[in-house]
Design a protein around this ligand. Sequence first.
Ligand code: AMP
Ligand code: DBH
Length: 539
Amino acid sequence: MKLPSMKASGFTPWPEEAVRQYQEAGYWTEQTIPEMLEASAGTYPEQVALVSGDQQWTYQALADQVDELAAGFQQTLKLKAGDKAVLHLPNIGAFYLSFFALLKIGVQPVLALPAHRYYEIRYFCHFTEAKALITAPQMGVDTADIAQKVANELPTLETIVWAGDNSLKPTGSVDLDSLFLSNAATEPMQEQDFAFFQLSGGTTGTPKLIPRTHTDYLYSVRASNDVCKFSHQTRYLCVLPAAHNFPLSSPGALGCFMAGGMVVLSPDPSPQTAFQLIENHQITVAALVPPLALLWLDEAPRTQYDISSLQVLQVGGARFSEAAARRVKPTLNCTLQQVFGMAEGLVNYTRLDDPDSVIVSTQGRPMSPADEILVVNEMGEPVPQGTAGMLCARGPYTIRGYYNAPEHNQRSFITGGYYRTGDVVVLTKEGNLQVVGRDKEQINRGGEKIAAQEIENHLMVHDAVHDAAVIAIPDDYLGERSCAALVCLEDKPKPIEIKRFLRNRGLAEFKIPDRVIFVDVLPKTPVGKINKNKLLELV
Ligand code: AMP
Ligand code: DBH
C-alpha cells in the first residue's frame, strides 16, 4: 500500500513504523469506503440498506445509485480526485449517496452539520477552496440563500448542487437528481492522502478540519462493529445529524452498512418521531446525546408506540449523568452503552456485557487493543491510576494533525504524536475512563461543541464591545449552556441585540450565547489570562 506521504497536502501522515504495525496487525487494509458498500451489496443485494421517509434502497440499489451519481459528479460537474466539496445536508438519503459517490471519485467532502449557517459554510468552502456545495432544503433555514451568498462571494465555488424540491432551489444550481448517469462508468479513483473531512468542536478562533483516511476510518468502523455486535440483523435509527462522527462511524450508519444491516433516517430527533420509526421498522439500536436521552426517558412511559424492539441505546457526545444512566434499563428495557468519542479518532465504549455498575458510572474504554492512552498532569507526566489527569491518545484511527493547521497542531499534539484531547479523566481500576472535566476552552452544550475563542472573536467585532469572554454555565438539561461576559465602555447594548448581531453574522444557532452579562472588568489570573473560574462565580 502506498504510504500517505506529503505534508504539502495539509495532511500529517502516521510515522512509517506505525503504518507498518497497523498493516501487519491487519487493522489497516486496502479497502476503500465505497468498496465496503460494494462488498455488502455483493453479499446482501436484496436486503434493505437505507430507509428515508417513504424512500428505501436495497444494498444493490444503493451501490448502483452511488455509481450513477459518481459518474454525474465526474462527467457533468467535472469534479476530479483531490477536489473538495462541502456537504450541508439534513438526514436524507442524499447524504449517504453523495458521500459515497464523492469518495468513489476521490473528491474529498467536508461533512458540515445541518446546524451550520452562512459563516461556517462560507469558512469551509473558502478554507478548502471547495468546487461544489451540496445542500438541500431544511425546515426553518434558508439554505438556498446561504448557498447563493457563499457562491457569490467565492469564485472558487463553481457549483451548488440542490437535493430537494426544485421550486426552492438557488438560481444556477444543479439538481442532484439530474446527476445520476446510468451506464456511465467512472474513472478509477486516484489515491489521495485522505478521504474526507470530519469537523472538530474546536478550541480556537477558527473551526478545525480533521482529515480522515479510508483505511483508518474503516478500521474504526470494523472495530466498533466488533464491540457493538452489529450484524445483518441490526436496524439502526439515525437520530443525530448523519454527518456527525458518532452516528456515522461509532458504529453508526457505516457500521450498519458494513454488516449488512438497515439504517433508518429520522428526519427530526423528537421522541415522538423516533418512537414511531422504532415501531414501524423494529429498530434495534439508536444513538443519542444526553439531552435527547432525557427526553426519550420522559416520553417512554407514556408513548403509544411499541418500542420493545430496541436492544441497545448508545449515549455519548457529552457526559451522561449517572442518575440518568440508571434510568435507561428500567425505563426503555434495553442496554445502555456509553460512548465517549471524538471526531479526531479515539472512541471509548462501555461493553454490552459490562456489569451495570460500569455501564452507568463510566464512559467505557478504548475500542482497539492498539489504542494507546496517557493520563498526564500539567508537566506531561503520567498520574497515578485513580487520579484525574489530561487524556492524550494515539492509535490506528486517531489523527496526527488537523488539516493545514501547523501552529494549532503544535499545541494539540504532544511528543510521540499523541493527540491532546483536552478532556480530564480518571482511569478506574478496571481500566475504564470517567470524564470528570476539561482543560480546553470549549463549551459542550448537550453534545454540540462551542469553541469559546471563536465566539469571543465575533463578539469583539461589535462596536460597543471592549472585551469578551465566553464560559460554560451548568445546566440540568443540556449539561452546560454558554454565557458571554462583556465589557462595554459606553452604552451597553441589550443582550438581545448582541444575540441578533451574532445571528446576523451567520453563526450556527447553537453557538449563540444562552446568556449575555455585562461586567466592569474581566477577572484575570496572576499571569494576566482571563480567569474563567472566577468569572463563573460572577454569573
Ligand atoms: P470533537 O472533538 O468535536 O469530536 O468532540 C469530542 C469531545 O466531546 C470529547 O473530547 C469530549 O470532550 C466530548 N465527549 C464526547 N463523548 C463524551 C462522553 N460520553 N462523555 C463526556 N464527554 C464526551
Ligand atoms: O462527541 C463526539 O465527537 C463523539 C461522541 C461519540 C464522537 O465523535 C463519536 C462518538 O465517534
